[in-house]
Design a protein around this ligand. Structure first.
Ligand code: UD1
Ligand code: CA
Length: 453
C-alpha cells in the first residue's frame, strides 16, 4: 500500500509562524503522529505533500522511509495528491491521510483498507450531530454513495446530511492519474477537490465503500489552537486511561500529562499535575508526589518522589527518597536508598548506596560512595571557568555543612570534613579535614544604628 499524507496547508487560523502540522500534540508534531500511525501499516511508499513551511516540515520529520512531494501552490486536496503521484507504486492502493488529523487509530485505517480491498474506492465517514463545514456523503436510493458535496457547494437539502467525509480515503492507484487529471475547479472555492474523484471512480465501475471509526475524535482535525487543545486533552485522557487500566493509581486522570512514553510497575501512585516526557520507566510501588516533571528517567521500586521534583536523563535506584524540590539533571545516577532532599541539584554524578544529601546542595561531576552524608549547603566547585573537574568522595565520608569541594579533588574513605571547610586538596582516608580559622569575641563593638532624618 502507498500512503500519502497531505500537509501543504498553511493553517492561517493557528496565528503562528510555525507550520500547522508541526505544532506539538503531547510533545510531538501533529504530522509525526500521523507518520507514526502510517508506519504501523507498513506502507511500501510513504509520501508527505508539503507546501507552506515545507523546509521546516522536511527538517522536522525527514527520515529514510519518508519521501516528500512539493505542492508549490495550494490549489486543493486533489491537486495536492497529484503532486505525490509520481512517487507512488501504481500496482497497490493508496491511502490518503491528513497531516493535521493526528489521532486516527491504525485499526480504523485497517478497517477502511480491508473494506476497500485492491479495487474499491473507500471513504472513512462519520455521522456528526453538527456536520457544518464538512463535505457531505450523498447517497442514492439504495444507500450507495453517489458523490461528496462540500459545505460551500451544497444546497439546503444536502446540508441536512449528517454523514460527513473525514477526508481519509483509499483508492486504487493506477487509474488515479486520469481521475485527478479530469478534476475541474469550477466550484465555490475554485479548488481541485479530491472529493470529486469519487464520481470518476463510480463512472469507471469501481465499487465505493465506507467505513467508520470507533470514536469521533479519531477524525478530528486541527485548524485552530482551540481544536489543538481539545485533541491534547483527548490524547491525555487516553494515556491516563491506559495507565489506569494497567493498575496505576492517578490522583486525577484529568491532571496528568504524558509527552512520550511511560511504563509503570505494580502499585504505582501518581499525584496531580505531573508531566512525563521522553521515555520514563517506573518500578513497583513508586509514589510520585504532585507537580513533578520527569523526563527520560528510570526510577527503581519503592522509591518516593516528593512534590515539585524535576528529573531529567537520570536514573534512581530502589527505595530512594527524592524531594520535595529536588533536581536531578542529566547523568545523575543514584543507587538504592539514596536520599536527595529539598533544593539539592545533582548533575553528572554517581551517588552510592544509602548516601544522603538532604538540603541545599550542588553535587556536579562527582563520584560519591556508599553511606556518605552530605551536609546542608555543600557545593562541588566543578568549574574553573574553562573546564569541568570531578570530585571523588569515598565511602562513609561525613561532609559537614557549608563545605566547598574544589575539584579536582578526592576525599578518602571514612573522612570527616568539618563544617565550613574549603577542601582544595585531596584528603587522606580516615582523617578529619578542616581549615584553621579563629573565632574572635570582640568586646566594645557598637552596632550601627539608622540615622534619624
Ligand atoms: C476537506 C474535504 C472535506 C472534508 C474535510 C475534513 C476536500 C475538497 N474537502 O475539506 O470533504 O469534510 O476535509 O476535514 O477535500 N491540503 C493540501 N493542499 C491543498 C489543500 C489542502 O495539502 O491544496 C491539505 C491540508 O494541509 C489539510 C488537508 O489537505 O491537511 C485538508 O485540507 P483542508 O483545506 O483543511 O480541507 P477542507 O476544506 O477542510
Ligand atoms: Ca480542514
Amino acid at each position: 500500500m502507498n500512503i500519502v499524507i497531505l500537509a501543504a496547508g498553511m493553517g492561517k487560523r493557528m496565528h503562528s509562524a510555525l507550520p500547522k502540522v508541526l505544532h506539538p500534540l503531547a510533545g510531538k508534531p501533529l504530522l509525526s503522529h500521523v507518520i507514526d500511525t502510517a508506519r504501523t501499516l507498513s506502507p511500501t511508499r510513504l509520501v508527505v505533500v508539503i507546501g507552506h513551511g515545507g523546509d521546516a516540515v522536511r527538517a522536522a520529520v525527514g527520515a529514510p522511509d519518508v519521501q516528500f512531494a512539493l505542492q508549490e501552490q495550494q490549489l486543493g486536496t486533489g491537486h495536492a495528491l497529484a503532486q505525490a503521484l509520481p512517487l507512488l507504486d501504481p500496482s497497490v492502493p493508496t491511502l490518503v491521510l491528513y497531516g493535521d488529523v493526528p489521532l486516527t487509530r491504525a485499526s480504523t485505517l485497517r478497517r477502511l483498507t480491508d473494506a476497500a480491498g485492491e479495487n474499491a474506492y473507500g471513504i472513512l465517514t462519520v455521522t456528526l450531530d453538527d456536520p457544518t463545514g464538512y463535505g457531505r456523503i450523498v447517497r442514492g436510493a439504495t444507500g450507495e454513495v453517489v458523490r461528496i458535496v462540500e459545505q460551500k457547494d451544497a444546497d439546503d437539502d444536502e446540508r441536512l446530511i449528517d454523514e460527513i467525509n473525514t477526508g481519509i480515503v483509499v483508492t486504487p492507484t493506477a487509474p488515479l492519474a486520469g481521475w485527478l487529471d479530469a478534476l475541474k475547479n469550477d466550484n465555490a472555492q475554485g479548488e481541485y477537490y479530491l472529493t470529486d474523484v469519487v464520481e470518476s471512480a463510480i463512472a469507471a465501475g469501481h465499487a465505493v465503500v465506507t467505513a467508520q471509526p470507533d470514536a469521533e475524535w479519531e477524525t478530528l482535525g486541527v485548524n485552530s489552537k482551540q481544536q489543538l487543545a481539545v485533541l491534547e486533552r483527548v490524547y491525555q485522557r487516553n494515556a491516563a486511561d491506559t495507565l489506569l487500566a494497567g493498575g496505576v493509581t492517578l490522583a486525577d486522570p484529568a491532571r496528568f500529562d504524558l509527552r512520550g512514553s511511560i511504563s509503570c510497575g505494580r502499585d504505582v501512585f501518581i499525584d496531580v499535575n505531573c508531566v512525563f516526557e521522553g521515555t520514563v520507566t517506573i518500578g513497583d510501588n513508586v509514589h510520585i508526589g504532585p507537580n513533578c516533571v520527569i523526563r527520560d528517567a528510570e526510577i527503581g521500586a519503592g522509591t518516593r518522589v516528593d512534590a515539585y521534583t524535576h528529573i531529567e536523563s537520570a536514573s534512581v535506584g530502589a527505595k530512594a527518597v527524592l524531594g520535595p524540590y529536588a533536581r536531578l539533571r542529566p547523568g545523575a545516577k543514584l543507587a538504592d536508598e539514596v536520599h536527595v532532599g529539598n533544593f539539592v541539584e545533582v548533575k553528572n554524578a554517581n551517588i552510592g548506596l544509602g548516601s544522603k544529601a538532604n538540603h541545599l546542595s550542588y553535587v556536579g561531576d562527582a563520584d560519591i560512595g556508599a553511606g556518605v552524608n552530605i551536609g546542608a549547603g555543600t557545593i562541588t566547585c566543578n568549574y574553573d571557568g574553562a573546564n569541568k573537574h570531578r570530585t571523588v568522595i569515598e565511602d562513609h565520608v561525613f561532609v559537614g555543612s557549608d563545605t566547598q569541594l574544589v575539584a579536582p579533588v578526592r576525599v578518602g574513605r571514612g573522612v570527616t570534613i568539618a563544617a565550613g571547610t574549603t577542601v582544595w586538596k585531596d584528603v587522606p582516608a580516615d582523617t578529619l579535614a578542616l581549615n584553621e580559622k579563629t573565632q574572635i569575641a570582640k568586646t566594645g563593638y557598637v552596632r550601627p544604628v539608622k540615622k534619624k532624618s
